[in-house]
Design a protein around this ligand. Structure first.
Ligand code: NAD
Length: 399
């Protein structure tokens, strides 16, 4: 058992930063011995009152006004980077150079160039570097991954994935950092990154992209008059600025195995607040998942009782990965959701740092994060060339 405390800091006190803050706070309590004891050292945000509020609520020792203050503090061992994507590169590289372990939120970076620099910094870094693909730890998704790995669906024939949200449906939503990058930095990077990672976790690497179309439904948005947190409404000016990236993307893929995939991603999908989902077919079975019902999945195979042929909803419980030992109430049917997925992600990060002998599967690496960025770039290039097939470079690491 590891006894020396690990000092952690969260950079970003916004929507996702609070999920990291809560997960570090719970990790020792829920998982008990084995993990290094966590010292909740600091939460940093350029919006200091927001950092102060988060530090007080989640029991962190200090609130800091900048990410630089975290980098400059030699007592901090590990850092979550949970700010807008353009800031990931400078913060991650400064943390690595300061000898701190880094868990960076997805997408890895605000641009492909930044992602390449981060993946280069990861090589030989001497610290743990990880990317926050929370859905990897959903027990139902992990159970489907296991069915496929064990050949229970037979050879795969089709993957159809989606991530639909509606946070950008209102034209009154302010022009926050989410809307200001170039093509590929909108819905594709924000939510598409998750379904692309999930698809590859289950079906293996994607080799090429084709038939892409990007579109923007709301081209101008009001400028915010103050800080914006997550997708929240905020006071806005009468002045408007141009939205620089896509609200919606559709595209097809070919996996390295030869499997065909199709994807749709949108932040203007009315009535769908947070709908990651997919259907997966094989010659001997099929599986499906919809995050609106995160504690269950659909499964059908040839072993089905003839009287219930046609498949069934499986309620996840301790028989699924990431469940036993991971929930305060670990019983079938108790559900699970985003908070648990963040908790598992933080647990995996802490286990990686502590080099535990029998850890959870590791988090995605920066190399994996770069691969998703290469995929997003291929979608953009396919869309820019009338839907042409664009190859995706092979990843240097698939976790
Ligand atoms: N894994 C997930 O499910 C998930 C969900 C939501 C967001 N995210 C990711 O988390 C990251 C943050 O997203 P969010 O929705 O929490 O954003 P947010 O806008 O709610 O919060 C970002 C915070 O960063 C702060 N900030 C800006 N500049 C700063 C600086 N120079 N130094 C310190 N703080 C600064 C802002 O004041 C803001 O509070 C993004 O990369 C996003 O893609 C991941």
């Amino acid at each position: 058992m590891t006894t020396s405390p690990l000092s952690v800091a969260v950079i970003g006190a916004g929507m996702a930063g609070r999920s990291h803050a809560a997960a570090y706070r719970q990790a020792n309590t829920v998982y008990g011995p084995g993990l290094p004891p966590v010292r909740l050292a600091a939460i940093a945000d350029a919006n200091l009152p927001l950092a102060e509020d988060a530090a007080r609520r989640y029991g962190y020792e200090r609130a800091l006004p900048s990410w630089e203050a975290v980098v400059d503090d030699p007592s901090i061992d590990a850092v979550s980077i949970v700010v807008g994507n353009d800031l990931h590169r400078p913060i991650a590289i400064a943390c690595i150079e300061a000898g701190k372990h880094v868990l960076c939120e997805k997408p890895l970076a605000g641009s492909l160039e930044d992602a390449r620099a981060m993946a280069a910094a990861e090589r030989g870094a001497g610290v743990v570097t990880a990317v926050g693909y929370t859905f990897r730890r959903n027990p139902a998704i992990a159970a489907i991954q296991r069915h496929v790995r064990d050949g229970e669906l037979g050879d795969l024939t089709l993957f159809q994935g989606r991530y639909w949200c509606d946070y950008a449906c209102s034209p009154a939503s302010p022009l926050s950092w989410r809307f200001t990058g170039g093509s590929g930095t909108g819905a594709l990077a924000d939510i598409g990154a998750h379904i692309l990672d999930t698809a590859q976790l289950i079906c293996g690497p994607i080799a090429s992209v084709s038939g892409a179309q990007l579109s923007t439904q709301i081209g101008m948005r009001p400028l915010p008059l103050g800080p914006v947190v997550g997708h929240n409404a905020a006071p806005v000016s009468d002045e408007h600025g141009e939205v620089g990236n896509e609200d919606t993307a559709i595209f097809s893929t070919r996996f390295r195995s030869g499997l065909a995939g199709s994807f749709s991603v949108s932040r203007t999908a009315f009535g769908m607040p947070n709908a990651l989902g997919f259907d997966l077919f094989g010659i001997a079975g099929r599986a499906g998942f919809d995050f609106h019902r995160p504690a269950e999945y659909f499964f059908d195979d040839r072993q089905a009782n003839p009287r219930t042929r046609g498949g069934r909803q499986v309620i996840v419980g301790p028989q699924a990965p990431y469940f036993a030992g991971g929930y305060p109430m670990e019983a079938p049917g108790v559900g699970g959701g985003t908070a648990e997925m963040f908790l598992y992600e933080i647990r995996a990060f802490l286990e990686q740092i502590a080099s535990l002998p029998d850890p959870l599967p590791q988090n995605a690496s920066f190399a994996d994060g770069l691969h998703t960025m290469e995929l997003i770039d291929a979608v953009v290039r396919s869309a820019g060339s009338g839907g042409a097939e664009v190859p995706v470079p092979e990843s240097t690491h698939q976790s």
